[in-house]
Ligand binder design. Structure first.
Ligand code: DQA
Length: 150
């Protein structure tokens, strides 16, 4: 089976994971999350390509450059989830199957976190399971791409 190439996009402030509000986001660092994703990807016969940026335009450029390079996108857009029409439009433009993930349960938090611009262009969203949101999101994306039946 051909390994699937998956772009893993992390938005603003996620570079500070480990020290950033650990009661909400947990104690794992971003490199630790990326290596757990890499291990999970091996089991799924996929390969993950992580990118983190605090800059909306870089995230948009990275999505554009993903066309022809990756088969799917796993994204935690951080705060841009709740603000960025540009990211939403970039995902719609490249039309790569995308799964949205969040470490925290955004629906149990402040009202401004309840709306996601990404959700309508994602195939699904997983929120509230810490690092497992990423791992479950990767599994869901790979199963979707392989059109796996239960
Ligand atoms: C987050 C939730 C967002 O509301 C927040 O701005 C983040 C992280 C999460 O993973 O729980 O930066 O996306």
């Amino acid at each position: 089976m051909q390994p699937l190439s998956i772009l893993v996009l992390h938005g603003p402030n996620l570079n500070l994971l480990g020290q950033r509000e650990p009661g909400i986001y947990g104690s794992l660092t971003l490199p630790e999350i990326n290596s757990l994703l890499e291990e999970e990807a091996v089991k799924l016969q996929a390969k993950t390509y992580p990118v983190q940026s605090n800059h909306e335009g870089i995230l948009v450029d990275t999505i554009h450059e993903g066309l022809g390079r990756y088969q799917g996108v796993l994204i935690n857009a951080g705060a841009y989830t709740h603000t960025s029409v540009a990211l939403r439009d970039a995902i719609a433009a490249v039309n790569l199957p995308t799964v949205e993930v969040h470490l925290s349960n955004i629906y149990r938090r402040e009202d401004f976190r309840h709306h996601s611009y990404i959700a309508p262009v994602a195939i699904g969203q997983i929120s509230g399971f810490g690092v497992h949101s990423y791992l479950l999101g990767l599994q869901a994306l790979v199963h979707f791409l392989r059109k796996d039946q239960v």
